[in-house]
Design a binder for this molecule. Structure first.
Ligand SMILES: *[C@@H]1O[C@H](CO)[C@@H](O)[C@H](O)[C@H]1NC(C)=O
Ligand SMILES: *[C@@H]1O[C@H](CO)[C@@H](O)[C@H](O)[C@H]1NC(C)=O
Ligand SMILES: *[C@@H]1O[C@H](CO)[C@@H](O)[C@H](O)[C@H]1NC(C)=O
Length: 202
């Protein structure tokens, strides 16, 4: 005699309700993920965002001053442009922090407070750089002397800024804009010799 009436009924065991619910929930989640992906992709195509970047767009070197003890002072203006090519979102730039160096010796730090760049525009920052007095060892003094004779001097600019797109409730996207370039000048008249100096990967 079967003790379990289910076996004696001869009918299939019905699918439990919780399994139906789980299947429906899974389907809904899968569809939601697919739709979110399609919406994001179309949004990307429509907005066609350009990654924000920083670049040096101009500079000027004031006359170098070296005293008889071999102490150098440098004063310069460096214009860094923060570019937001995104037509839909503001960009916040922060932690702008660059180091200017001469022959591997750090001579000044360029920092800026956080700032905003509105849609499809740019902001130029004029950094007025004044080095602290730099005591040169004989080799460095020789290098600077050579640079003056050739009327060609190179300063190195290295550093980065952080950029952030804020996209309403969708959150934000962060970027690191990294600069590592050589800035060339004619020290006699202080003219900057333009060269490519940008964090833009393209
Ligand atoms: C800038 O970066 C240097 C290291 O590269 C760090 O020592 C310094 O504290 C930073 N300055 C600011 C203001 O963030
Ligand atoms: C974005 O700026 C460029 C030039 O700066 C301009 O030609 C273009 O029309 C602008 N686009 C929008 C959507 O404002
Ligand atoms: C500065 O000097 C360089 C080299 O002598 C020259 O090519 C350049 O035109 C000068 N610039 C200005 C603004 O006088």
């Amino acid at each position: 005699m079967p003790t379990n009436p289910k076996f004696s009924s001869g009918r299939e065991r019905p699918t439990p309700l919780w399994l139906w619910c789980a299947a429906i929930v899974c389907t809904v989640i899968t569809l939601a993920v697919i739709i979110a992906g399609i919406v994001t992709f179309i949004g990307y195509l429509v907005i066609h965002p350009r990654v924000p970047y920083v670049s040096v767009v101009g500079a000027h070197l004031d006359p170098l001053r070296i005293d008889y003890a071999g102490i150098l002072q440098i004063q310069a203006t460096i214009v860094v442009r923060a570019q937001n090519g995104n037509k839909m979102a503001h960009v916040s730039f922060s932690h702008s922090n660059y180091t200017l160096s001469l022959n591997g010796e750090d001579i000044a730090r360029l920092v800026a407070p956080p700032f905003e760049v509105s849609k499809n525009s740019s902001v130029d920052f004029n950094y007025l750089v004044q080095s602290s007095p730099i005591p040169l060892d004989p080799e460095q003094a020789e290098n600077v002397d050579m640079a003056l004779k050739r009327d060609y001097i190179t300063l190195d600019l290295k550093g980065s800024a952080r950029a952030r797109w804020r996209m309403g409730r969708l959150g934000s996207v962060r970027f690191l804009c990294h600069l590592d370039c050589h800035l060339h000048f004619h020290p006699f008249n202080g003219t900057y010799i333009p060269s490519r100096c940008t964090s833009n990967a393209k």
